[in-house]
Design a protein. Structure first.
Lengths: 113, 481
């Protein structure tokens, strides 16, 4: 199964990634993605039909009393206010904002047309 | 006070006994940084106020004759992917050029609670993506052992700072080898713990299932002290486990005799530099002479690790880096008239080329029509790699390999070939995919006096054994000099 990335694919993926690539960046990206994906293709040499996936390594080492992701203690907590920690105060939450009116984060217009 | 010979114990003892104040010690390191760092580029931000407050606190304790905590007065550096409250944290990126975090990374909080004096934030590849520290948006890092060469990456600054005596120990992060490989290139000790051993809370996420926080040090013992301090369950990171933290220091003294050490043929193949091969073979010889049984093992899926890694890591990165959008913090493109334009231009201008390449690759691998072929496939290959280790660890206690196929390369050598750069991680990514711990210790030099690293891999949560092997090797290697 050999996949070839086209300019149209690059445009589509840039769209999904919210990246406005410049005209210099697009051909370079096309070249790099193709080169890397061609190398990655070798994964198809392996038959993984009956292999289960590994999403992350530590789940098996969590609390032995529970099952599945429940083994990771505190993966969920009681639904109480400030149950695990206090919320960030508003002034701290806004402290790094590139645009703010002191209450909200301010951004350019949302509706485009 | 000779900064070059300072270990954690020596620095702490000096402060405890009043031989030097912690403040004077911090100032000595700052003087060294001022003098030497312009050529090296390890530090991005210095945190003098914070350092001197902690140092004074330690001096007060020492003056009262009270016992200092385990890292009391010890100057440390922190990789700039770990947030530090009130201290600019950039992740090596223009995207966070002016970001002042409102909270501390758990690992940082723990070493500070243990008395460490945080000197500053260390340079790294942007968002921890790179193997040479040439992807930093600010400046590259130069290898202290040869300034024309890379220190390795992505934790290049963390490795260089220890190697150049600009910190006693440092914290770095390792997603595909980013602690072990720079440790190997700079001639210091670097440890990647088991996944889940150390909290990732406050580590700016690259790939959440592959990221690890770990120490750089000059000695195995110092790495063990830092590990003991930062390891353990953190409710703020639900992937951190409550497996008990052993007394690593007690393990270090145990001889290595009787341990079974695996050597995997797949790590000794094509592309391995002959001088690295020879150094690693000598190290294996040394372990055999210490009474270890050397066993041939096979990790048959090793050649599929890099492709699997570059799918999983980039896919997770594409998701983790979606948060950088110019809205709440960090860089915002100035000329956007709509929200959509703001997102796209902020991200195109704020991120460097390698980061964008990985976001694109990851997004592609997760997109409709490709998810099964790429991401799902890679996660299954991950299971095969993990099974390889589990099978091998039924027969041996640890596996030794070269850390990197070569010693440090020259700045600019691999800059135009992303794939060539990726292949440099060939011996390290497997441990990130499987979650097993790994340590790199110096095991010799090339004819050009460039450091070579020996990697020791262990079973999940068995850092004790790899530290034990590393310490035994370190003792034996010192005798041979």
């Amino acid at each position: 199964m050999h996949m070839r990335v086209t300019e149209k694919d690059v445009a589509h993926v840039a769209d999904l990634s919210n990246l406005e690539l410049t005209s210099e960046e697009r051909p370079r990206m096309l070249r790099d993605l193709n080169s890397i994906l061609e190398y990655i293709d070798r994964l198809n040499e392996l038959d993984t039909a009956k292999v289960e996936l590994t999403a992350q390594a530590s789940g098996r080492f969590g609390a032995p009393s529970a099952e599945g992701s429940g083994r990771l203690d505190d993966a969920s907590r009681d639904d109480v206010l400030e149950g695990l920690r206090e919320s960030l105060p508003q002034d701290q939450a806004l402290a790094n904002a590139p645009g703010s009116d002191g209450t909200f984060f301010r951004v350019p217009r949302v509706i485009e047309r | 006070m000779k900064l070059e010979s300072l270990t954690i114990d020596a620095a702490r003892a000096a402060v405890q006994e009043g031989k030097i104040t912690a403040v004077a010690l911090a100032e000595a390191f700052y003087a060294k940084i001022e003098n030497d760092d312009p050529q090296i580029g390890a530090y991005l931000t210095l945190s003098k106020d914070r350092a001197l407050v902690k140092a004074s606190e330690m001096d007060t304790l020492a003056a009262k004759g009270e016992k200092l905590p385990p890292l009391g007065g010890v100057p440390v550096g922190i990789k700039d992917v770990m947030v530090t409250r009130g201290i600019r944290t950039t992740a090596g990126s223009k995207m966070l050029g002016n970001y002042i975090p409102p909270y501390d990374c758990t690992a940082v909080a723990r070493i500070e609670a243990a008395g460490a004096v945080v000197l500053g934030k260390l340079n790294c590849d942007e968002f921890a993506m790179g193997s040479s520290n040439e992807n930093s948006a600010w400046k590259p890092v130069h290898n202290p052992r040869d300034l024309s060469r890379v220190p390795g990456g992505s934790s290049g600054g963390s490795a260089a700072a220890v190697a150049a005596d600009m910190a006693v120990v440092t914290l770095g992060s390792d997603t595909g080898g980013s602690i072990r490989q720079p440790a190997s290139f700079c001639g210091v000790v670097g440890l990647k713990p088991t996944y889940g051993r150390v909290s990732r809370y406050g580590l700016i996420a690259f790939a959440s299932s592959l990221d690890h926080v770990g120490p750089f040090a000059k000695t195995v013992k110092d790495a063990a002290i830092v590990l003991k301090t930062i390891a353990g369950r953190d409710p703020m990171d639900s992937t951190s486990t409550d497996v008990p933290v052993p007394d690593y220091l007690a393990e270090l003294e145990k001889p290595a005799a009787g341990l079974k050490i695996g050597v995997a043929q797949e790590y000794l193949g094509e592309g391995l530099h002959p001088e690295v091969r020879a150094a690693v073979a000598n190290a294996v010889e040394t372990l055999a002479k210490l009474g270890c049984e050397i066993v041939d093992v096979s990790l048959p899926h090793t050649e599929y690790a890099i492709p699997a890694y570059y799918i999983v890591a980039t896919a997770e990165a594409s998701s983790n880096l979606a948060r950088f959008d110019g809205v709440r913090y960090g860089y915002r493109a100035g000329d956007a008239k709509t929200l959509s334009e703001m997102y796209r231009r902020t991200r195109d201008q704020g991120f460097g080329a390698e980061v964008k390449r990985r976001i694109m690759l990851g997004t592609y691998a997760l997109s409709a029509g490709y998810y099964d072929a790429y991401y799902l496939k890679a996660q299954k290959v991950r299971t095969l790699l993990t099974r390889d280790f589990e099978a091998a660890f039924k027969r041996v206690d640890a596996i030794v390999t070269p850390t990197s196929p070569t010693a440090a390369f020259k700045l600019g050598d691999k800059a135009d070939d992303p794939l060539a750069m990726y292949l440099a991680d060939i011996y390290t990514v497997t441990a990130n995919l499987a979650g097993v711990p790994g340590i790199s210790v110096p095991c010799g030099e090339t004819k050009q006096k460039l450091p070579i690293g020996l990697q020791i891999l262990g079973k999940h949560f068995d850092e004790a054994t790899i530290l034990r092997v590393a310490a035994a090797y370190e003792r034996a290697a010192a005798k041979l000099e």
